[in-house]
Design a protein around this ligand. Structure first.
Ligand code: GUN
Length: 356
């Protein structure tokens, strides 16, 4: 067994060692800062090689094609938007507020607006300078809260340090909180007998991938690795709502590999490159990898490549189904944002019951 090093409660793969682990900040910064930070990871210590060829790896898992599924979801949304236009003469509207000039955030916001355009959703946006005050941002949120053509409001995170994320997220009216970040929506998700108006997009995308690929959730043991507000926590709550038995593994969990090995379904949302090795998985487990981590790769033009929180090569030998990175969960996040915006507009125009 190769050397492993303890990092923040997790036994990290060698290349991930030496960096502290904090689930939420790592997840967010790794998703947002596409900067190569570390060396190659996931040495092939557990890969089973085909006996006929000592070099070829024979993956047994079915690949969950998030890109294709997201495309299908978008087509369904486009058809519904078109129907809405015919029946009530309106289309959904999404407002996106961007503060500052982070390249990654600008890219995400552009992708979101383009995705809206492609399905016929109107997009409204403000790009504000880095030194915008909190009150100015709150005023824009208020303006969109009051605008009947806007059905969804998204304030791109992270915000500049002088602005309170809590204050801004809490100012979006819950009927337009298509990110599902408002404490009222997260609270309703946590409660029995309550249904949130919106569920945050990445965890919703994870569940959609499971459902659309025929994975039974009810009665299964699911392990969620990571407990961020944006992904881990809502993913665990959603799985529980779907009648799974859920365990959350986090940076203080004493033996994360042993706990994860009990899981029928694993959702890894921790922001540590290839933390989950093949021997963390029960044979036949379904693996949803939310991580998008840059790792140094000098053989590529950019000098880095993206890997997930799961060592894909190893997991492919053990899992029954697995999402790739990229092309797994990522494309579903924007598809779910469009879905939430459509749902909101349908509610606003009386095309569905007030509560889903
Ligand atoms: N920054 C990174 N991911 C997200 C997201 O899903 N929503 C918002 N508002 N900001 C983000």
């Amino acid at each position: 067994m190769a050397t492993s090093v303890r990092g923040g409660g997790f036994v990290l793969p060698p290349a991930a060692a030496g960096r502290s682990f904090s689930s939420q900040s790592n997840l967010l910064s790794n998703r947002l800062l596409l900067l190569p930070k570390i060396g190659p990871v996931c040495a092939p210590r557990f890969c089973k090689l085909r006996s006929s060829s000592p070099f070829a790896v024979e993956p047994s898992a079915t690949i969950i094609d998030g890109k294709a599924i997201a495309q299908q979801v978008r087509q369904e949304i486009a058809a519904e938007v078109s129907k809405m236009k015919e029946s009530v003469g309106k289309v959904p509207g999404l407002a996106v507020i961007l503060v500052g000039t982070r390249k990654d955030s600008e890219t995400y916001v552009r992708s979101k607006k383009k995705a809206c355009e492609e399905v016929g959703i109107d997009s409204y946006g403000v790009n504000l300078p880095e030194d915008t005050t909190q009150d100015e941002v709150l005023n824009f949120v208020k303006k969109f809260n009051d605008d009947p053509a806007v059905h969804g409001i998204l304030v791109q995170l992270p915000l500049p340090k002088h602005i309170s994320e809590e204050a801004i997220v809490g100012s979006v009216c819950i009927e337009k909180d298509v990110d599902g970040f408002h404490p009222m929506n997260i609270g309703a998700l946590a409660m029995q007998g309550r249904t949130p108006l919106f569920v945050s997009c990445t965890p919703k995308g994870c569940i959609e991938l499971l459902v659309r690929t025929g994975v039974v959730i009810k009665g299964k043991h699911a392990v969620v690795i990571g407990r961020s507000n944006i992904v881990g926590t809502p993913a665990a709550l959603l799985l529980q709502k779907q009648n799974a038995t859920v365990t959350v593994v986090h940076s203080k969990t004493p033996n994360p590999a042993e706990v994860t090995r009990n899981a029928d379904i694993v959702i890894a949302a921790v922001g540590v490159p290839e933390l989950v090795r093949g021997d963390w998985l029960k044979p036949g487990a379904v693996v949803i990898d939310v991580g998008i981590n840059p790792v140094e790769d000098l053989s590529t033009k950019k000098g880095y490549r993206l890997v997930g929180d799961v060592c894909y090569k190893e997991a492919c030998q053990v899992a029954s189904k697995i999402t790739p990175v990229p092309g797994g969960v990522g494309p579903m996040t924007i598809a779910m944002l469009l879905s939430n915006t459509l749902e909101s507009a349908k509610r606003a125009y009386g095309l569905v019951d007030a509560a889903p």
